[in-house]
Design a protein around this ligand. Structure first.
Ligand code: G4P
Length: 545
C-alpha cells in the first residue's frame, strides 16, 4: 500500500521532455535558464561552454575525447515546483541524427523554441513530424523578442500553417526589438516589464501592473499601451482560448513570448510547464511469449501503465562510450513502470537473460552518478559491451516488448568502398554492429553485394569511417550513390507486391534486420511508384525487431 502510494506520488511529480528547435533559435540558452531555475547549475554559460567545445570540431576523435561531456548532457535532471524534470537533449547542428528523432519517442511532451525573427524553420518541421506521430503535447516559446522580428500574430500564423497545430497564447508580447517593453500574462491579467539588465542572473524585480486598465500602463509603456489594449481585445474576440484537453491531445499549443538570453518569460514558461505538462504516460507494448524467438508476429498489444508495480523499461538510444579497448556502450533506458532499485534483477527479453543491474547510471546536469532508485519517466544508463540494442525491453519477469521506438527513414546515402579487400569480414561485422547500435542504417541491394549506408544527418558518415578504422581496423571510404530516400515496404496484396518487386528490383534492398526497402532514386520516382502501386505501403518508419 505504502509502495503503491509512493509510486503514484513519484509519477505525478515527473516531467520527461525534450526541447525542439531549429539550430540557433535558442535551445541551449533556454536549457541553461531552465537549469538555473532548477538549481542544477549555478552560473549561466555552463551549458553554452559545453556546446562550444562539442561543436568546435567535427573531427570525431576530438568528439570522442569530449564524449564524457556529451553523455552527461544527453539527459539533464533538475527539480522545480516540486516536480522532477528530465530534460532530454535532441542533438542538433552537426550532431543531427536518428537519435534526435528517437529521443522524441522517449518523452511525454516537448518545448518548441521558435526564433521570432525567423518563424518556423526546416529542422523544426522535421521534429514536429515525429511529435505528431505520437501526438506529443507541445508548449511553444517564441524567443528573441528583444530583437526585431515578425509580429506575434504573424509567428502564430506561421506555426499554425506550417506545423498544423492551433496556437493559444498564454502571454502576449508588448512591442519587440528596441521597443520591447515586456509580456502580458493573459491568465493573470498582469504585465511584466522587461529589463535587459538581468543578464544570466535570476532576479525578480519586475514591475507588475494589474490588469489592462491599470492607469500606470500608460505611464510605463506609453505609446504601446493603446496597441496592447487593442491586441488584447482582438485576442479575446478572435483568439483560441487555452484548452488543457486540446493541449494534451496535441491539437493546440500554448504559446509564451520572451527572451531566453535575458531570462525573460522563462519562469512563466517553466511554472506553467510543470503545472500542465503530462506526467509519464502509459506506453504500448506487445505481450510476448516467454521465449522471444517463438513469437509469431501477431502478439497482442496492451498499454503498460506507469503505476503498474512491476518494473519495466525500454532502451531508446545507445551511445558508444569510447573506451575502444572495451567497446563499452551506454544504453539509455526509459523507466516505463514500477520502481527501479540498485541491484535489481531484470530480464533482458530479447536475449532471455536475467541480469542484476548494479551499475546503472543516472544523469544529472553536471555529472552522472550511480542510481539507487528510479521511477517512471526517469532515464537510466546501462553500461554494456554491445549486448543491448535499441528497442530492447527489460522487466522484472513479464515478457513484454515496447513498441514505438522506430527506425526513421534515412535522408542521405553513401556506398562503402573497402580499401583492403582482405578486410571484408571485419567490414561486415563492423557495419552490422554499428547498425545495431543505431549509429547508421545498413542496406544490402538485392542485385549486388554493395553496402549502402543511410543516415539522417551527414556527420554520421564521418563518424562511421572513423569508428571502422578505430574499432574494427578497417580502412574504408565512400562513394556517392543515386538514392534520394528510403521507404520500408509492406503489402497485403501479394500479386501487386510481387509485380512491384519485379519492376523495381534494381532499387530494392534489405536493411540490417532483413526488412525490404525501396531506395527511391528521385522524389519523382517515389511518387510514381506510389501512384502505380496503391496497395503497397511505403513507410517512413520501421519498428525495430
Ligand atoms: P541553439 O542551442 O538553438 O542552437 O541556440 P543558442 O541557445 O546557442 O542561441 C543561438 C544564438 O542566439 C546565441 O548567439 C544566443 O546568445 C542567441 N540568443 C538566444 N536567446 C536569445 C534572446 O533571447 N535574444 C537574443 N538577442 N539572442 C538570443 P550567438 O551569437 O550564436 O552566441 P553567443 O556569442 O551569444 O554565445
Amino acid at each position: 500500500m505504502k509502495n503503491e502510494a509512493s509510486l503514484k506520488r513519484e509519477i505525478a511529480r515527473r516531467r520527461t521532455f525534450a526541447i525542439i528547435s531549429h539550430p540557433d533559435a535558442g535551445k541551449t540558452t533556454l536549457t541553461e535558464k531552465l537549469l538555473l531555475f532548477g538549481g542544477a547549475i549555478q552560473m549561466a554559460g555552463t551549458v553554452k561552454a559545453r556546446k562550444a567545445s562539442r561543436h568546435a570540431t567535427s573531427d570525431w576523435m576530438a568528439m570522442e575525447r569530449e564524449r564524457g561531456i556529451s553523455v552527461t548532457t544527453s539527459v539533464m535532471r533538475f527539480s522545480y515546483n516540486n516536480c522532477e524534470l528530465n530534460l532530454l537533449d535532441t542533438p542538433g547542428h552537426q550532431d543531427f541524427s536518428e537519435d534526435t528523432y528517437r529521443v522524441l519517442t522517449a518523452v511525454d511532451s516537448a518545448l518548441l523554441v521558435i526564433d521570432s525573427s525567423k518563424g518556423v524553420e526546416t529542422q523544426t518541421k522535421k521534429l514536429m513530424d515525429v511529435c505528431r506521430m505520437r501526438a506529443t503535447p507541445i508548449i511553444t516559446f517564441i524567443n528573441k523578442l528583444d530583437r526585431e522580428g515578425l509580429g506575434p500574430l504573424e509567428v502564430m500564423a506561421d506555426i499554425e500553417d506550417h506545423l498544423g497545430i492551433a496556437c493559444a497564447p498564454l502571454t502576449w508580447t508588448v512591442g519587440m526589438g528596441a521597443d520591447f517593453k515586456g509580456v502580458y500574462d493573459l491568465s493573470d491579467d498582469e504585465l511584466r516589464l522587461f529589463s535587459a539588465r538581468h543578464g544570466g542572473r535570476i532576479v525578480d524585480d519586475k514591475i507588475i501592473l494589474k490588469g489592462r486598465h491599470d492607469p500606470r500602463l500608460d505611464e510605463y509603456i506609453t505609446a504601446s499601451a493603446a496597441a496592447l489594449r487593442d491586441d488584447l481585445e482582438l485576442l479575446e474576440e478572435a483568439g483560441n482560448p487555452f484548452s488543457l484537453e486540446q493541449y494534451l491531445a496535441a491539437e493546440q499549443t500554448p504559446v509564451f513570448f520572451g527572451s531566453a538570453i535575458n531570462n525573460f518569460g522563462v519562469q512563466e514558461l517553466l511554472r506553467t510547464f510543470t503545472r500542465i505538462a503530462p506526467p509519464p504516460q502509459p506506453r504500448p507494448a506487445k505481450v510476448m511469449p516467454e521465449k522471444f524467438e517463438e513469437a509469431s508476429g501477431a502478439e497482442p498489444t496492451r498499454l503498460v501503465d506507469p503505476a503498474e508495480p512491476e518494473f519495466s523499461g525500454v532502451v531508446f538510444k545507445i551511445q558508444a562510450n569510447m573506451d575502444k579497448a572495451h567497446r563499452d556502450r551506454i544504453a539509455f533506458l526509459r523507466v516505463c513502470s514500477g520502481r527501479f532499485t540498485k541491484g535489481m534483477k531484470l530480464r533482458h527479453h530479447r536475449t532471455g537473460k536475467d541480469v542484476a543491474i548494479n551499475n546503472a547510471t543516472i544523469f544529472m546536469a553536471q555529472d552522472r552518478s550511480g542510481v539507487e532508485e528510479s521511477w517512471p519517466g526517469d532515464i537510466i544508463g546501462l553500461p554494456n559491451h554491445g549486448t543491448i540494442k535499441i528497442g530492447d525491453t527489460f522487466t522484472e519477469k513479464t515478457p513484454l516488448k515496447f513498441t514505438g521506438i522506430p527506425s526513421f527513414a534515412p535522408e542521405h546515402f553513401r556506398r562503402v568502398r573497402l580499401r583492403d579487400p582482405l578486410k571484408s569480414k571485419q567490414l561486415k561485422k563492423g557495419l552490422e554492429q554499428l547498425a545495431e547500435e543505431g549509429a547508421v542504417q545498413l542496406f544490402r541491394p538485392l542485385i549486388n553485394n554493395d553496402y549502402i549506408l543511410g543516415a539522417v544527418g551527414l556527420l554520421q558518415f564521418d563518424l562511421i569511417i572513423s569508428r571502422l578504422a578505430d574499432e574494427y581496423n578497417v580502412n574504408a571510404s565512400y562513394e556517392m550513390v543515386g538514392a534520394h530516400c528510403a521507404r520500408w515496404l509492406h503489402s497485403d496484396d501479394k500479386a501487386q507486391f510481387d509485380d512491384f518487386k519485379d519492376y523495381y528490383r534494381n532499387d530494392l534492398a534489405l536493411d540490417a534486420e532483413n526488412t525490404l526497402a525501396y531506395l527511391a532514386p528521385t522524389p519523382w520516382k517515389l511518387e510514381s511508384a506510389m501512384e502505380r502501386y496503391p496497395k503497397v505501403e511505403f513507410r517512413t518508419t520501421r519498428e525495430v525487431n
